[in-house]
Design a protein around this ligand. Structure first.
Ligand code: BF8
Ligand code: SF4
Length: 633
């Protein structure tokens, strides 16, 4: 086993958290660590998915003595309905984020708040969608494509436009399994219809729709989110940054951006660099303005601007507990309502900006595309003017941080590979060198590791330990979401970390000049991974399900994660979970998701749920080796 001495350990991160919790105690702050204690043990019915409350004859809870709900629904129907509703929640959330981005694209204009930063990508997508681009003003084109994208949400006929990016074989599987997503809103809405009292209770039908609802996210709403964010704000390319709480600056105004939609964070980042605002910060006694991120918003601005990452999901309270956070500015998703009362214990301004995520104890500054500039400036000003209210005796910034190189969009990965091999075949490059490295065994395979933190798993430990184990076994990683931030905090996104990996990973990293784990972005950016897998299968000449590639979400917690899991599986990629998705109460649903006769038969991949993290790693390695053996490599 190689030494990983350059890494920040989970123990060091936990020690930092402990010292911050002490800080919190001084002001009577609550914490998730305490609330977990209050909430455990969790309800066994909820955990196994066997409680139904979709009509007011219930709630019905299934036990050996009461094997059916009042309407007669059995445990399998109840578990499957709950699973589909969970998926629909996630698909709706990602897709609505994507919709907001489409609206932002529609609001672009020359010299306006929002502009087209990557016109080449816009033209590429327009051509993909059969739009005439010749001689067209780029903003006219942006509006036309944005409107087409918005129609994807509610078009009455046809299937998602984005499906044409998938290999022929995958599309046929989707068609034959009747899971091709149609309009995005239709799949979400139909999922709710199917799970209404007195509709579907047949597990197979509910799990098929769960796949379809997932696909409308990954190959629909999320893909809109990713692709048009690139058009608006630039397609990520490798950029250096830093990660962990040590990125907060004692002598500067610290503004934390948190949430998901880059439309907000991009503008806040822009106005934090405004000379007028910097001068104001200096007037207040600060050395300047420091922006850092939490959760997926952090991934977005790190990938495009190198903005440092203060932390991931279960670190969001920590940024306030430092006593050095002037403002935490949020939009949507994964925001703890706890931030309201917590910020009141400090001088921190908790600023909510979206009508979708309203919270008590916050200051609401409604942010829209039309008013983005003035609102972002007002937010930055509010933070700057709050610097003087800081209580120096409460300032405690743990001095831990690591260097990271982030920004590996599919385009960037291809460019890095091209740089080495000179195999430039077309405008967009090729993944052939990656395929060759895997075929030759220099790399054994790849893992897409994604997802959240969850107090049910020791935070970040599963992510980091699994990554180390896979890297030692010459398996390369692509990451997104809070998993990516776990890696960055540990130091695994520092190119220097390559030397601790297996011989093959080390050689590839040094040759291509990449870190051993590649940051592909936020959770909507898992759509990038779907494109990567599709292109790799095409360049390889095999099906996606044959590739020595698996997905993994060891610490997942959100509905979005289940929606993601479903579209990753439905795309032909076996997916490994470290937290149970509330399905263990039904043997039939478990078989459909994890066995050989459900999704595996329809879509050539399935789930593995394994709560022992070491075994989870072993199972992934075993699956990758099985795929290699089946390919004869
Ligand atoms: O969408 S990984 S905790 S921040 S849900 Fe949330 Fe999970 Fe983080 Fe981004 Ni994704
Ligand atoms: Fe109970 Fe059936 Fe109503 Fe669910 S739908 S709460 S199982 S009666």
């Amino acid at each position: 086993m190689k030494e990983w001495e350059r890494l920040t350990t989970v123990e060091e991160m936990e020690a930092a958290t402990a010292s911050l919790l002490e800080n919190g105690k001084k002001v009577g702050a609550d914490s998730w660590q305490q609330r977990v204690k209050n909430q455990t043990p969790h309800c066994g019915f909820g955990e196994s998915g066997t409680c139904c409350r979709i009509c007011s004859m219930g709630p019905c809870r299934i036990t050996p003595k009461a094997p059916r709900g009042i309407c007669g629904c059995d445990v399998h129907g109840i578990v499957a309905r709950n699973y589909l509703r969970f998926t629909a929640g996630g698909a709706a959330t990602h897709s609505d984020h994507g919709r907001e981005i489409c609206h932002t694209l529609y609001a672009t204009r020359e010299g306006g708040n929002y502009q087209v930063k990557d016109p080449e990508k816009l033209i590429r997508i327009a051509k993909e969608w059969g739009v005439e681009t010749e001689g067209k003003d780029i903003y006219d084109l942006a509006h036309e494509v944005a409107e087409m994208a918005l129609m994807e949400y509610g078009k009455p006929f046809g299937i998602s436009r984005w499906l044409s990016r998938a290999p022929e074989h995958t599309r046929k599987l989707w068609h034959d399994a009747e899971v091709e997503p149609r309009a995005i809103d239709r799949e979400v809405s139909q999922s709710l219809h199917m799970t209404h009292m007195g509709c579907s209770s047949l597990p197979e039908a509910l799990i098929r729709q769960s796949m379809r609802a997932g696909l409308c996210d990954g190959w629909g709403g999320s893909m809109c989110g990713t692709e048009f964010s690139d058009v608006l704000f630039g397609t990520p390319k490798p950029v250096d940054t830093e990660a962990n709480l040590g990125v907060m600056e004692k002598d500067m105004v610290n503004i934390i951006v948190h949430g998901h939609d880059p439309s907000l964070s991009e503008m806040v980042v822009f106005y934090a660099q405004d000379p007028e605002m910097i001068a104001l910060a200096k007037e207040q006694g600060a050395k300047g303005i420091n922006i850092a991120g939490v959760c997926c918003t952090s991934n977005e601005v790190a990938m495009r601007h190198g903005i440092p990452m203060a932390g991931n999901f279960l670190q969001q309270e920590n940024v306030v507990l430092t006593g050095a956070c002037e403002a935490i500015v949020v939009d949507v998703q994964c925001i703890f309502p706890a931030l309201g009362p917590l910020s009141k214990c400090f001088h921190t301004k908790f600023i909510t900006t979206s009508k979708i995520a309203r919270m008590p104890d916050s200051e609401f500054i409604h942010f829209t595309a039309e008013t983005a500039g003035e609102k972002a400036k007002a937010i930055v000003k509010m933070a700057v003017e709050n610097f003087k209210n800081r209580k120096p005796e409460l300032v405690n910034i743990p001095q831990i941080k690591q260097k990271a190189t982030v920004g590996y969009s599919v385009e960037a990965i291809k460019k890095c590979l091209d740089g080495v091999t000179n195999s430039h075949v077309d405008e967009l490059g090729t993944l052939k060198p990656l395929a060759d490295a895997i075929k030759s065994g220099v790399l054994r395979g790849a893992v897409a590791m994604v997802g959240c933190n969850n107090p049910k798993v020791r935070p970040d430990y599963a992510h980091i330990e699994l990554m180390k184990k896979l890297l030692a076994n010459d398996i390369i990683l692509v990451l997104s979401g809070c998993s990516a931030q776990a890696a960055a905090k540990a130091g695994l996104m520092d190119k220097a970390a390559a030397k601790y990996c297996g011989e093959g990973v080390r050689r590839v990293c040094e040759l291509v000049d990449i870190p051993p784990v590649l940051h592909m972005g936020s959770c909507v950016d898992i759509s990038r991974m779907m494109v990567l897998a599709s292109d790799l299968a095409n360049d390889w000449g095999c099906n996606i399900s044959q590739l020595p590639l698996v997905g993994c979400a060891p610490e997942w917690m959100s509905e979005k994660a289940v929606s993601i899991g479903n579209y990753v599986v439905a795309t032909g990629i076996d997916t490994f979970l470290g937290v149970d998705p509330y399905t263990k109460g039904s043997s039939e649903v478990t078989e459909l998701l994890q066995g050989e006769t459900g999704v595996k038969q329809w879509l050539e991949a399935n789930y593995t749920v394994e709560l022992d993290i070491d075994k989870l790693g072993d199972k992934m390695i075993e699956r990758i080796e099985q795929k290699r053996a089946a390919l004869g490599i």
